[in-house]
Ligand binder design. Structure first.
Ligand code: ZN
Length: 286
């Protein structure tokens, strides 16, 4: 859905619909603790790449009691990816600016030893006219709450190896909820981040860009070529995948069956269909 507004400064949309649902009392605790994790994405125009990109701030941190962090990673091979580290006076706030044609958002909230995790893929589709903004799309890659990690990573000396601890997520029936392997490194990093008391630097800068399997990715999500202004033929970029498609279709079918049996994996918001187009784009101040 294209947003009918021209390229006027100050009217660029901000996407917030993917954020973990946090109760007012929990927001108050985060505010008092001084933790600012910005689960939001702004759509902006890149003059260099002559296309719209997604811009976000990696941010967050922790106290001993709670942690909240939101990081963003590009898809492998995306030439529009830009990141710069940011250091602000206040800890537990912004650690990096990130922008790319597509982004994966990884958000985690921790109370004590209980963890909530949301991972989404975000991308844009081209607008119909030269003055229209493109549409933002998102797809849920993983969502689970009440994950458990008994290791108190927020204590001094508990982080000898970065990224090796990941909370265990289960359905209420005890069935394990498995995090896709392509996202393991990011989940390890964000687990550290929500245990990083007085966080002052990015936990995602050193991570690899993500390569999604066909079933995790979505139609229309292709890293733009280096010549981003030239429309590309979608299939030309992925010739090696044709032979594997049958096997993948079968795997996807199995996953869809599993997903239907696992209502707990649904996100807390209205994104239960998996892929959604944000309808309530909010306008940003310049
Ligand atoms: Zn940190």
């Amino acid at each position: 859905m294209a947003v009918q507004s021209g390229l006027r400064p100050g009217k660029l949309p901000v996407v917030r619909g993917f954020a973990i649902q946090i109760r007012p009392s929990e927001w108050e605790e985060l505010r008092v603790a001084g933790i600012v994790a910005r689960a939001r994405i702004k759509v902006d125009f890149s003059s260099t790449h002559r296309r719209f990109v997604l811009c976000a701030e990696e941010s967050g941190g922790a106290t001993a009691n709670l942690g909240h962090y939101c990081g963003f990673l590009p898809l492998a091979g995306d030439p529009t990816f830009f990141v710069r580290p940011v250091t602000l006076a206040m800890p537990n706030t912004v650690h990096a600016d990130v922008s790319a044609a597509s982004l994966i958002s990884v958000e985690m909230l921790r109370y004590g030893t209980t963890y909530t995790l949301n991972i989404f893929l975000h991308w844009l589709t081209t607008a119909a006219g030269p003055d229209a903004l493109p549409a933002h799309h998102q797809k849920l890659l993983f969502s689970a709450h009440r994950g458990v990690l008994s290791e108190p990573l927020w204590q001094e000396g508990k982080k000898a190896q970065a990224g090796v601890h990941i909370p265990a997520f289960h359905r209420r029936t005890g069935d394990p909820l498995l995090i896709p392997s392509a996202l393991h490194e990011a989940v390890g990093a964000i687990t550290d981040a929500v245990c990083c008391v007085g966080c002052r630097k990015s936990h995602f800068l050193a991570l690899k860009a993500i390569t999604l399997s066909e079933e995790l990715s979505a139609p229309g999500v292709h890293p733009p070529s280096a010549r981003a202004t030239v429309p590309q033929i979608a299939s030309a970029e992925f010739p090696s995948q044709a032979g594997k498609s049958k096997k993948r279709r079968e795997r996807r079918k199995e996953k869809q069956q599993l997903a239907r049996q696992a209502p707990d994996t649904a996100p807390p918001s209205d994104t239960r269909a998996g892929v959604s187009v944000v309808s309530g784009l909010q306008e940003a101040k310049p």
